[in-house]
Design a protein around this ligand. Structure first.
Ligand code: PMP
Length: 365
């Protein structure tokens, strides 16, 4: 619908407008020009897997073996899909706590398994309840997918909740797929801890990550998965039939990006931090709207409950009347219907214009 209007401020995309660091682009170009344009091994270039392994030791203190415990994928998306394909039998159940990234549901369905969404409309603060998760577990439950920091909430799962989730996973013999693609976009020194670091979790955790958000490389399509050897081995066999390998020039660019890490991504974090502050301040100053400050990611959930509208109606009216596109919270679960999601993947000028239009929309309701 947004495409039908001219001059829309589009706050819907999880695709940042910030370019990757010049050295990363150069590494991709050099790869193309020197003929590094063929297939790689299904699991990805060994040099890249070694770089990922070193990166995790350096940044998280987590040792993963480059030969057996890492696979390079076509973005985190393919990593998630291959991981699910490798562990699920038809009719297995996968628990997905709300707010959730909608693709999880579809991917589980594509594996002929059943997504079990844990979404309690009584919970109004964009989090989930451990008791609700335990109640959803049956003898068919194979896995649970968590996303921390979360798209859309911008929150990090607390250490206490993470410990409780780990205890549940061990008690019920579940695999945890932990989507951590936003873990490099954390503000104000908030501490992030992966569930894999909880006692006894390494053997049952599949870590999903990518370069899309960390280095603003969405279209380069490089993701990776760290997991026990059996899972990586199954994923590698599936990779042969799905994509053969991730694009080779992008794999060379990824080696450059991950070998420098923060040196290339710190500037982006600064940009997003500035935009976040601008938006939070702007939204809070508009009557009837409210938000809490996201700890991470480039998403802001705007509380619209005082407008008396539900999320879809709010988004449609805002688009029709003032040409601003936002995502209705209902997309992420019933408990999010009092919210709309704004992505701060647009430049400051557009953000200011968007805020101006949202203010006008509210004032003329
Ligand atoms: N997980 C989450 C939570 C995301 O928001 C996204 C991208 N929007 C992805 C995975 C996929 O990222 P990639 O570009 O690495 O496939």
């Amino acid at each position: 619908m947004a495409k039908e209007y001219d001059n829309v401020i589009d706050f819907t995309l999880g695709d940042p407008d910030v370019p990757p660091h010049q050295a990363i682009k150069d590494a991709g170009c050099v790869a193309i020009q020197t003929g590094k344009t063929r297939y790689s091994q299904n699991a990805g270039l060994l040099d890249l897997r070694k770089t990922i392994s070193n990166y995790y030791v350096k940044t998280e203190g987590l040792p993963y073996d480059a030969f057996n415990e890492i696979i390079v994928t076509v973005g985190a998306m393919e990593g998630l899909y291959l991981a699910l394909l490798s562990i699920l039998n038809p009719n297995d159940e996968v628990i997905i706590p709300a707010p959730y990234y909608v693709n999880y549901v579809q991917m589980v369905q594509m594996c002929h398994a059943k997504p079990v969404i844990v979404d309690n409309p009584k919970i109004k603060d964009l989090s989930f309840n451990i008791n609700d998760i335990e109640k959803a577990i049956t003898d068919k439950t194979k896995a649970i997918i968590i996303n921390t920091p979360s798209n859309p909430s911008g929150r990090i799962i607390s250490i206490e909740k993470m410990d409780a989730l780990a205890t549940l996973a061990k008690k019920h013999d579940l695999i945890v797929i932990s989507d951590e693609v936003y873990k490099s976009l954390i503000y104000d020194g908030v501490i992030f801890r992966s569930i894999v670091t909880c006692d006894g979790m390494r053997e049952r955790t599949i870590l999903i990550n990518s370069l899309s958000k960390e280095f603003c490389m969405t279209g380069w399509r490089i993701g990776y998965v760290l997991a026990p050897e059996e899972v990586i081995s199954a994923m590698t066999k599936l990779q042969e039939n799905v994509a053969a390998c991730a694009p080779l020039p992008s794999q060379y660019a990824a080696i450059e990006a991950l070998s420098k890490g923060k040196e290339y991504s710190a500037g982006m974090l600064e940009i997003f931090l500035h935009r976040r502050n601008l938006l939070v301040e702007g939204i809070k100053s508009i009557s009837l709207l409210d938000c809490s400050c996201p700890e991470a990611t480039f998403y802001l959930m705007v509380d619209i409950s005082k407008t008396g509208m539900k999320s879809e109606q709010f988004a449609l009216e805002l688009l029709k009347r003032n040409q601003v596109a936002v995502v209705p919270g209902i997309t992420y679960g019933k408990s999010c219907d009092n919210y709309v999601r704004i992505a701060f993947t647009l430049n400051e000028e557009k953000i200011k214009e968007g805020l101006k239009r949202i203010r006008l929309f509210i004032e003329t309701l």
